[in-house]
Design a protein around this ligand. Sequence first.
Ligand SMILES: [Zn+2]
Length: 216
Amino acid sequence: MRSIFAGIMKCRHCGGTVTRINKGEHVYLVCAAAHAKAGTCKYESVPYAEAVSTFRHFLRRTLDEAPRGNDTAALNDKIAQLQAEIDAGEDRVTELLELTISDKSRAARQALREAEQELAGAEEALREALERRDTLTSTNVLNRLAAVEKALTAEPMDTEEANKALRGAVRKMTMWPQEGRLDILWHHVEEPQETTFLTTRFDWDANEIEDLKEED
Ligand SMILES: [Zn+2]
């Protein structure tokens, strides 16, 4: 059986191929060198099903935030900022909605209306920014990203099709399982995109310690 990551996923330790292996009834992603001969590289396994599942789970966000190349870096920052504003705006509207149920004052209704208007404004700005980025992005890149979306969201997903679409768009990927991170280096840009990659290999303790250290 093939992996949707075949030919793309590289080992973060040696840079070599990460391959799909069967161990009894379980299927894992492992550095091919470490699997072939003990001691050649670090033996670090990630359950294949979890890797596919987390990749598909965060795909929408990954594709929204994927760099488009050319002159769209500033627009990408703006899009990320608007998305954060919208998340916060939605929370605020929900809170105010709850408040207006208990507090029927004019002030409460007014605050809700204002929050709704702000949210609508941010949503409109996001739509415009996304459209503008599309016009600046080359057709090639758009087609490749669309192919990834189509193949990876298909139900049921075809492994060969998914792999073909990913190979068309991605030069390489590197997993950081303990950190919950997957770096994606797209064909059309030079810098990798950091995405979320949550599996049972995520190290909650280590990452909590990191957070505490940053606060010091
Ligand atoms: Zn390796």
